[in-house]
Design a protein around this ligand. Sequence first.
Ligand code: FE2
Ligand code: FE2
Length: 300
Amino acid sequence: MFGATMNAPDPAIHATAEPVVRRLLVDLDTPLPRHWCGGDAFRTAWFNALSMSFPVGEQFFIDAVRAGVATLPEDQRTAFEPAIKAFIGQEATHRRIHARFNEHLARQGLVNRWDARALRRLDKLQGVDLRIWVGATAATEHFTAILAEHLLSNQSSLEGAEPRLATLWLWHSSEETEHRSTAFDLYRAMGGNEEWRLRLFRVVTWNFITDALRQTVNNLWHDGSFWRARTWVEGWRLLFGRHGLVRTLRGPWRRYLSADFHPSQQDERQAATWLREHASAWEPVGGGARASSPAATATA
Ligand SMILES: [Fe+2]
Ligand SMILES: [Fe+2]
């Protein structure tokens, strides 16, 4: 699978050196309003769809980097340890929080079809070269990183969202920005080559876009919003509007195709600013007490 075109292993690690895992302090006990994203059925269905993919997807990322790093020589394994620890801690928290979010969606009558499709696909990866696992993780992490960049810089996607839920999405976005390089660096260190990096990115792109849209439509169907004309005006705006996903993500998506791409080229200042300005919304795990809003409920 990886033949003569294999790159020389590159042990450089660009990921965040400081393993910060954060406990999010938001109320996830109160039920979600049906159209929690500004009363907009399409935007809500889209974010709900993404959330539905996280418990299975992020567990796969954790399994991939954990198994991948174990294949490295000891000196490289040691060098990767802080970044891998942060990556696993952050993704484990994300999947736990989104599983709670998804419980509300199930109670609203929404049906998660994405996770079953993803599990079937992951079943086929059993026994496959671990560089494929880590390469697929790196490709998906580019998607999460550019979506994070979009959310942190383009407030219109979360405009009108319930504040506690906007906090959840922007906290997740900030941490995705922080650990965006980990799987990519690991792929390179494992000797993953360019040909497969790009091939996996194309496969991940197709799967991600079709899964996200199918689940969004499914959510609208179960939500009863499918036949409303307004839903599709909202959908057009989110996808093709001036600040829509197609216009804002096409360029960042293409960056991955460049031979000299590295995730660290993405600006991380907005994520750092958000985390600093919303420090009352989270506390570091194992980092001692920090004052939080009396209304906040520790959920992680
Ligand atoms: Fe995540
Ligand atoms: Fe991630």
